[in-house]
Write a protein that binds this ligand. Structure first.
Ligand code: SAH
Ligand code: TMP
Ligand code: ZN
Length: 417
């Protein structure tokens, strides 16, 4: 680990351009988290990259060191359909209500959603304004949104698209994006595009996993190819301020294991900065988010978490227990590969996403099966590879528990629930 932080390994920051990014966490070579494999692909070499996280001492942005080309991640076979989760559906209903009741101010002006996916939020927004446009580069999920009658442009959001949207539809009263900002490698361009698209009093709202929650819960499996950045309010606000934008409100929300919803506007807009912003920035300072030592301590806790998980699974295996994985999540790819857990430890991984069933987990090649198979012959243990959905899964699987089945979860340390 020490060599991770030697001067030779300091790399250039994607945000501020300084050579002040210190590597603090090495999760090893990793396949693309959502690159599930067909049986034919199992014998072919898999694309892998080096999954390492760094902290920039100059601008405080926590970021991936090696970034996978977005065209390899977001395409016509994107595996994640937002509507698969009931909890997320309820979450977006609440967000749409806030937007409809507090944020929208001129129905002639468009609402633009970046990363609209299968239209889960956009559809709810159409109940409040007729003028909505979704931006969604992954063609298969965009097609599902279009089937719902939504207006979706299947492209990456960038400066050219922002300019043409603005020319055709007028400046946006709202630009909203959930779990997409952290996916975009060039955030300086993104901020410029945002600045170009927003109306003078327009608002932007972004939700992304929150760095402080990742640290508190040791949710290191949030670190994977799609998540180029791990934001705190301090780092994100500094980025926006370089581009004539600012954050005026933040809300801490429970989804995806703890996320941050930021509300922003042009620097010159009339929205006053609310105490939630200054309060959170102060808290982040108290919690050491400006100090490299905090991140090095995190990396040590990650290593200990790996040991506790592999020891638990090995003990169960030695006792002859049947253990399966539950939910073929992107986070699961990180856990399985980093901890070296393959089909010798997990009989299969069950998942309710039809497009994942029949495929195999990236890197570790465990078969993915429908939930029916789990229900037809319950194992002794189900290791939940989507700890953020544990409550939802546990409430669906009461029959499994009732007949003696147990869940395993690994964060912050491995335990049987
Ligand atoms: N907003 C949804 C989907 C999040 S997944 C939710 O929170 O559930 C991220 C989505 O962003 C994917 O559907 C991906 O195709 C899309 N995306 C990735 N890069 C993008 C970009 N540069 N512009 C617009 N959408 C992007
Ligand atoms: P994600 O963390 O990459 O979004 O993946 C979560 C996976 O969990 C997704 O493939 C669907 C699966 N899942 C289930 O199988 N059952 C459930 O009840 C829930 C909520 C998710
Ligand atoms: Zn920087």
């Amino acid at each position: 680990m020490n060599d991770l932080n030697s001067p030779q390994t300091a790399v250039i920051c994607r945000i501020c351009g300084e050579s002040t990014v210190h590597l603090f966490l090495d999760l090893g070579r990793m396949p693309i988290a959502n690159a599930f494999l067909s049986s034919e692909q199992l014998s072919q070499p898999e694309y892998t990259f080096w999954l390492k996280a760094g902290f920039c001492e100059s601008c405080l942005m926590v970021q991936l060191v090696e970034v996978v080309d977005p065209n390899m991640l977001f395409h016509e076979h994107y595996a994640y359909f937002s509507s698969i989760s009931r909890v997320m559906d309820e979450h977006f209903t609440q967000l749409a209500t806030i937007i409809g009741e507090e944020i929208l101010y001129d129905e002639r002006l468009p609402v633009v959603e970046i990363g609209a996916n299968d239209g889960i939020l956009l559809q709810k927004l159409t109940e409040y304004t007729p003028n909505t446009i979704g931006i969604e580069p992954s063609a298969n999920v965009a097609a599902v949104a279009r089937e719902k009658g939504l207006h979706v442009v299947s492209e990456f959001f960038n400066m050219d698209l922002a300019a043409s949207l603005c020319a055709e539809h007028g400046p946006a009263q709202l630009v909203v994006g959930a779990n997409v900002l952290c996916h975009i490698p060039d955030l300086n361009s993104l901020a410029r595009a945002l600045e170009a698209l927003l109306d003078a009093e327009g608002v932007f709202i972004f939700e992304d996993p929150y760095l402080l929650d990742i640290m508190t819960q040791l949710a290191y499996d949030q670190i994977y190819d799609e998540h180029v950045y791990y934001f705190c309010v301090t780092s994100l606000n500094r980025l926006f301020e370089k581009h004539g934008l600012r954050i005026f409100r933040i809300e801490h929300i429970p989804v995806h294991g703890g996320s941050m919803r930021v509300y922003g506007c042009r620097s010159v807009s009339s929205h006053p900065v609310e105490p939630s912003v200054t309060g959170q920035i102060a808290l982040e300072g108290e919690r050491g988010l400006e100090s490299l030592e905090t991140y090095l301590a995190l990396a040590e806790r990650v290593q200990r978490s790996r040991i506790s998980l592999t020891e638990l699974l090995q003990e169960l295996q030695a006792d002859g227990a049947r253990v399966v994985g539950y939910a073929a999540s992107s986070k699961g790819t990180v856990i399985l590969n980093y901890c070296g857990i393959g089909s010798q430890m997990l009989e299969y991984v069950c998942d309710n996403t039809p497009s994942k069933q029949g495929l195999f987990t990236p890197g570790t090649h465990i078969p993915i099966v429908p939930i029916d198979q789990f229900a037809a012959d319950y194992p002794d243990y189900a290791f939940v590879l989507a700890w953020n959905h544990l409550n939802e899964i546990a409430s669906k699987e009461q029959a499994f528990r009732a007949q003696g089945g147990k869940f395993i979860t690994h964060i912050p340390t491995a335990r049987i629930e």
